[in-house]
Design a binder for this molecule. Structure first.
Ligand code: DC
Length: 218
């Protein structure tokens, strides 16, 4: 990868509900950069696997799906093999199995390759996920690690998903965190050189301001 491109990359990592998507989208708009939600890519693989009745423990089959998948994410619309799966990739069926898909090393490698290609094609971007600063773009100009308290993260997801059972949402987040932090390939970690921001008590504008204050953009 062209080293200069690192100057145009903002990597945002953190657990579910820490504010990554909201902040990454707003930053991309402000800096006139493209935005990539890498969680949506793992969700899309899980979505197609479910549709094809593939056992999520069968890494070979899931990898085949990942390799053949046509994924397009633009303006908040997620097209998977030409089908608008924007809503379904966030649904409970996908959410239940996505961590297992994301724990598969060969599937991760395929996704990482695609993310790097995407960035080269776009000439940089704001990329959010779990391993962006640690594995995908360790030399990104800006690396942010967002956090928030468990309560706040659950509240945000309840709002987003219009869920009614708060304890179920909190439980699902906890399980996903455990899986994402505990897996052996590219676990969620605060990467070296990243700046940690706790968004529990911060609004979007305030968080953006803090991030923009960390570096000079040109
Ligand atoms: O951010 P999200 O909830 O849409 O992510 C879905 C799942 O994918 C979650 O279990 C974490 C995983 N993921 C990952 O392992 N690496 C990424 N770069 C992005 C998401």
């Amino acid at each position: 990868m062209n080293e200069l491109i690192n100057e145009k990359i903002i990597a945002i990592d953190g657990p579910a509900g820490s504010g990554k998507s909201t902040i990454a989208k707003a930053l991309a708009k402000k800096l006139n950069l493209e935005y990539l939600d890498t969680g949506a890519m793992y969700r899309a693989v899980a979505f197609v696997s479910i549709k094809k009745n593939i056992e999520i423990i069968d890494e070979k089959q899931v990898l085949k799906i990942a390799k053949e998948m046509n994924f397009n994410f633009e303006d908040g619309i997620c097209l998977v093999n030409g089908y608008n799966a924007t809503k379904e990739i966030r649904g409970p069926e996908v959410t239940r199995v996505v961590s297992a898909v994301a724990a598969m090393p060969t599937v991760r490698q395929e996704m990482v390759d695609r993310q790097r290609l995407w960035v080269e094609k776009k000439g940089g971007g704001v990329i959010e996920g779990r391993d962006i600063g640690s594995v995908v773009f360790p030399k990104a100009k800006v690396k942010v690690y967002l956090t928030a308290s468990e309560e706040v993260r659950a509240e945000r997801r309840i709002e987003q998903e219009e869920a009614l059972d708060a304890s179920k949402v909190a439980d699902s987040i906890r399980k996903r965190d455990e899986a994402d932090i505990g897996r052996s390939t590219s676990p969620l970690v605060r990467s070296e050189g990243s700046i940690e921001i706790d968004t529990s008590l911060m609004g979007v504008e305030e968080t953006i301001k803090e991030i923009l204050g960390l570096f000079k953009w040109n």
